[in-house]
Design a protein around this ligand. Structure first.
Ligand code: A2P
Length: 276
């Protein structure tokens, strides 16, 4: 027997193999894939991933069906993790939700994005504002030591429709505190800087309401013992629906914060979560 028989030859361009899949609700799932040895990225960036589409009825040719996905794993991880919505009639996620370990997906190894530390000026307090699958880039950044080394306090807010939709984020944050490898990597002192602020909008939970409303009526600040948000101390990253991004931008600008970019670091950055 030669070695060649044991090697699985990729059948797709830029193919990576699925290593695990977890279904969180009937609308949400996460999965891990192999990481190309050459792929370098900054925690918080996104890549294009997908599957081959159905054959064109006329030509029989298949085209790749690709969408932007934030990498949910940190830059030091051996594998890549993604967190996705399942849209039953969505061109990609209607198929992607059925992947299983051993299947292949397409991954274009060109990471980009604005939810990166380099796009923010130094500050004391870092806010991550997420709705739904917008938690994904923060799942990466929350496992990156730089997040804690650069700030005195890190606050992650996550707003979902119901309690079950918070579970991916909640489990990840619990793991940071309980997993020995995470403890060692991030440090107990650093993890003490982290505050998790989950809210739901359509089901009762300890904190009900959109994060935008809870900021505007001062609930968040009362709960966390803060005076407010200021450009001198606060930095923010926002990732959610178009509506969330627009509304939160207005709130942050109202506090005097300016939007930054890779080429022009400022007080806050925004990216739209993948939806469809
Ligand atoms: P709501 O239930 O009031 O629409 P989705 O699952 O549709 O992506 O939404 C995720 C969460 O984001 C929901 O809790 C939703 O609240 C909330 N949300 C949607 N739009 C906004 C917005 N403009 N500002 C704040 N939160 C929002």
């Amino acid at each position: 027997m030669t070695n060649a028989t044991a090697v699985k030859v990729p059948t797709l361009p830029d193919a990576q193999t699925v290593t695990s899949v977890q279904h969180w609700t009937d609308r949400l799932f996460s999965f891990r894939v192999t990481r190309p040895a050459s792929l370098r990225f900054r925690s918080g960036e996104f890549v294009m991933i997908g599957l081959m589409g159905d054959p064109d009825p006329a030509t029989g040719r298949q085209k790749p069906l690709l969408r932007a996905y934030s990498i949910a794993s940190p830059s030091w991880d051996d594998e890549l993790e993604f967190y996705s919505i399942k849209v039953q009639d969505g061109p990609l996620t209607s198929k992607l939700q059925h992947i299983e370990p051993g299947d292949e997906i397409i991954l274009r190894p060109k990471p980009v994005g604005t939810l990166v530390h380099d796009a923010l000026l130094p500050g004391k307090r870092l806010w991550f504002f997420a709705t739904g699958t917008g938690f994904a880039p923060f799942a990466s950044l929350l496992r990156d030591p730089q997040t804690y080394e650069d700030y005195d306090q890190v606050i992650v807010t996550h707003t979902c429709r119901d309690v079950a939709e918070l579970n991916y984020g909640r489990t990840l944050i619990e793991n940071l505190h309980e997993d020995e490898i995470m403890q060692e990597l991030l440090g107990a002192e650093n993890l003490a800087k982290l505050t998790y602020y989950p809210t739901t909008t359509r089901e009762e939970s300890p904190k009900k309401g959109r994060i935008t409303t809870l900021l505007e009526n001062g609930t968040v600040f009362r709960d966390l013992g803060l005076d407010g948000i200021s450009p001198e101390t606060d930095r923010a990253m926002v990732c959610g629906s178009l509506g969330l991004n627009t509304d939160l931008k207005a709130i942050l600008e109202g506090y005097g914060l300016k939007e930054g970019a890779n080429s022009d670091p400022q007080h806050y950055v925004v990216e739209k979560a993948f939806v469809g």
